[in-house]
Design a protein around this ligand. Structure first.
Ligand SMILES: Nc1ncnc2c1ncn2[C@@H]1O[C@H](COP(=O)(O)OP(=O)(O)O)[C@@H](O)[C@H]1O
Ligand SMILES: O=P(O)(O)O[C@H]1O[C@H](CO)[C@@H](O[C@H]2O[C@H](CO)[C@@H](O)[C@H](O)[C@H]2O)[C@H](O)[C@H]1O
Length: 699
């Protein structure tokens, strides 16, 4: 099995395959496996393409083929997997790196870092646009120079409608394998194939070595007896039946304190490791020896808390470009805003434009196109960041973005055979993880609100929450003011408002196409967008700026000590393309998000009942009225707090607010359908109300 070695990367995988435990009990050769972790030089250099090609032909392909059945079964069960309800058609290996050697010869656990593109048949939901952001495009362009066609595609899809196969490059990986964007439905249909889309996910897998369980005259024999200890049983991914990791046990690495600790160590001592770069904010220090614990909470990514001092968020669905969670938090922290936990450290990788086709398993072969587009394929406007490393992401860096956006990732692959370097496609940073101070004495707003609503000890009075909501409005306004000072601002005039409302309507159509329960309300909901469009047509103009983008009660932390609110998670709507999330938008977008969240909390409390018990029939109505009143007073207090700090009361913009609330509820229908189907009735109950005859008057 050594014959595949061509370049260090290939050798590595060949060695792994040689050394991997054989099912027949043949002895693994530990010496072959004891090499140091993959060398950063593999990620670049003159012959990296040759190495990549070799690996694609060998280890990467075999690895992916062996992981495919496991991932097909395991991924849909993950909270963070955004493709629930659609079959998985295939995978592309975007990058692979051993943070710890993963072969079976040693006695210690391995750690495998993967970026894997998951191909799924297209559903109507894949066309869903984040309406608010799309509309601000013109304004954003005025600042950043980015072109705006009002039609950015969802993550993972090429922008060019003529693209027959998706553009493909990869994050520079230790395997050098590349990822492929999914083909657009229209083009795929043209090729006679069912349309598909794809998303790139970050996986961190622990690799458990086999244990010696037999001794012969030649020494101990490794057999496939590796079993996860009971404390990690829930983290099992599976056991590959073939390939370089054949017979080893793979599991979710973040569940294992040893492996979670290793990640923190990498962040403590910044540097390049294979395709990964670990960076630290200048001046920040990170203590060692902090015990990790995975966070068990409702979230779209995966987080680990270290010794109650730090929290590391490992992003799951990876899009090209700096993640706004890092970008915005850095900008705010560097501008002196104390309402966000200042980023301490982060890790990232870089896409490689023009790399050869990816290592693909399953799905259609055409999905690994040869275009010069990005493997991460965030649509035509996803290359905004240029080659800037995360260290260069200063508070004003957004003003410099946009230079490459007009080239469009999809464009290079229009022929299905764009050549590397033939287009000025920038290398892009992909933010993979973010370490921030952990606010141990805090409760997130969602829990805090539910405690009030369900009458948990000390939280019984409905009125208690209004004070907190007022303070939350003030905190939101403070952050908005700081964002307006630090990052680009613009104005939304008639054309942008038209685009905004068109995008909102389009998102409504797409989500209704995917979630039948939404369909009966479509016409009535559209009225909210039409009212805003009419106002825009009269010449009304709204300021736009960088905002949080997905503000809700789960994104705010309240200190138990002094009631102070902190805002977290500036990632924006995870289901929306990154380029759109980074656009200036009206602050009302965030306000609407929070107002929807008060409604969500009341609806969830209604569903679960006080203290988790259902109500006697006679009291159910009283209780529903109490919860409605809770949401109404929280809403009023929040807006009043916002006005007190900023001088702008969002309630004075009822059309804008209603349009954004409606759009948010539509987004929530899609989000819940994709991530938490059980929760779908929550946004649907709001949809009913927003579509009802009183909707205009209740804003
Ligand atoms: N700095 C922090 N301090 C304390 N808790 C935090 C911090 N950051 C996040 N959390 C907790 O983790 C949860 C998920 O974090 P979030 O950034 O929203 O993740 P995701 O983007 O995956 O949804 C939050 O609701 C909060 O409970
Ligand atoms: O926190 P994320 O950035 O991952 O946001 C996504 O997931 C949220 C749920 O975790 C989702 O928020 C919805 O549910 C919340 C309660 O769990 C509620 O507070 C929000 O108001 C509601 O929108 C969010 O929409 C989604 O983007």
């Amino acid at each position: 099995m050594n014959e595949v070695a061509a370049g260090a990367c290939g050798e590595k995988w060949a060695a792994m395959r040689t050394g991997a435990t054989q099912p027949d009990g043949a002895q693994a050769d530990g010496a072959l496996l004891a090499g140091s972790p993959l060398d950063g030089s593999l990620a670049s250099g003159p012959d990296s393409g040759r190495k990549r090609a070799a690996v694609e032909a060998s280890g990467g392909k075999a690895l992916l083929a062996s992981l495919a059945p496991l991932l097909t079964e395991w991924l849909p069960r993950q909270r963070w997997f955004a493709g629930k309800g659609r079959p998985i058609g295939g995978f592309t290996l975007v990058s692979a790196a051993e943070l710890l050697p993963c072969t079976g010869g040693g006695s210690t656990v391995g750690l495998l870092h993967l970026l894997v593109r998951v191909h799924q048949p297209e559903s109507a939901t894949d066309d869903a646009q984040p309406a608010g952001a799309a509309a601000a495009g013109d304004g954003a362009s005025a600042v950043s120079g980015a072109a705006d066609d009002g039609g950015a595609m969802a993550d993972g899809r090429a922008a060019d409608g003529a693209t027959g196969t998706a553009g493909a490059t990869g994050a520079t990986g230790a395997t050098g394998a590349t990822g492929a964007t999914g083909a657009k439905p229209s083009s795929a249909t043209r090729t006679g194939q069912p349309p598909e889309s794809s998303d790139c996910y970050q996986l961190l897998l622990g690799v458990l070595p086999p244990v010696p369980n037999r001794t012969t005259s030649r020494g101990p024999v490794m057999e496939v007896t590796a079993v996860l200890p009971p404390r990690l049983a829930h983290a099992l991914v599976g056991r590959p039946a073939s390939g370089p990791l054949r017979g080893l046990v793979l599991y979710e690495a973040l569940a294992d304190p040893r492996l979670a600790t290793l990640l923190l160590e990498r962040l403590r001592m910044p540097g390049t490791f294979g395709p990964l770069r670990f960076l630290r904010e200048p001046g920040a220090t990170i203590a060692s020896g902090l015990a990790p614990r995975p966070l068990a909470t409702e979230q779209s990514n995966s987080s680990v808390v270290y010794g109650d001092a730090y929290i590391l968020k490992v992003f799951r669905r990876i899009a090209p470009g700096i993640n706004p969670d890092l970008e915005v938090a850095l900008a705010l922290a560097r501008a002196g805003c104390r309402r966000v936990p200042a980023p301490t450290a982060w890790f990232e990788t870089t896409t490689t434009p023009g790399a050869p086709s990816g290592t693909q398993h399953g799905g259609r072969p055409t999905a690994t196109g040869h275009g010069a587009g990005s493997a991460m394929g965030d649509g035509a406007r996803s290359t905004e960041h240029g080659a800037g490393s995360a260290t260069g992401h200063g508070a004003r860096s957004a003003k410099e973005h946009g230079a490459w956006s007009a080239t469009g990732h999809g464009a290079g692959s229009a022929t299905g055979g764009g050549t590397a370097g033939s287009l000025p496609v920038a290398r892009e940073t992909l933010t993979l993880g973010l370490l921030q101070p952990y606010l141990a004495d805090s409760t997130d707003g969602w829990q805090y609100a539910l405690d009030h609503l369900t009458g948990a000890a000390g939280f019984a009075r409905v009125t208690d929450f209004t004070e907190a909501a007022h303070a939350l409005g003030q905190a939101t306004a403070e952050v908005h003011l700081a964002l307006a000072r630090s990052l680009p601002t613009t104005a939304l005039r008639r054309p942008q408002i038209e685009r905004l409302t068109t995008a909102m309507s389009r998102r409504l159509d797409v989500v209704a196409g995917a979630v039948p329960a939404l369909r009966p309300y479509r016409g009535a909901l559209r009225a909210a967008f039409a009212d805003l469009a009419s106002l825009g047509a009269t010449g009304r103009c709204w300021p736009a700026q960088r905002v949080h983008g997905d503000l809700h009660l789960g994104q705010v932390l309240r200190s138990a000590r002094d009631g102070r609110w902190t805002l977290i998670d500036f990632e924006g709507e995870p289901a929306s393309p990154l380029a759109e999330r980074r656009r200036p938008q009206p602050v009302v977008r965030d306000v609407a998000g929070m107002l929807r969240s008060f409604d969500y909390a009341a609806a969830v409390a209604t569903r679960s009942g006080r203290n988790g018990r259902s109500h006697p029939a006679g009291r159910a109505e009283d209780e529903a009225a109490r919860l409605r009143e809770w949401a109404r007073s929280a809403r009023a207090a929040y807006c009043a707090g916002y006005a007190a700090t900023s001088g702008y009361d969002p309630r004075n913009d009822p059309e804008l607010l209603r349009a954004y609330e409606t759009d948010k509820a539509v987004y929530e229908v899609l989000y819940e359908a994709r991530h938490r189907p059980d929760w779908l009735p929550v946004p649907l109950s709001a949809i009913q109300r927003l579509a009802g005859p009183h909707a205009r008057s209740t804003t």
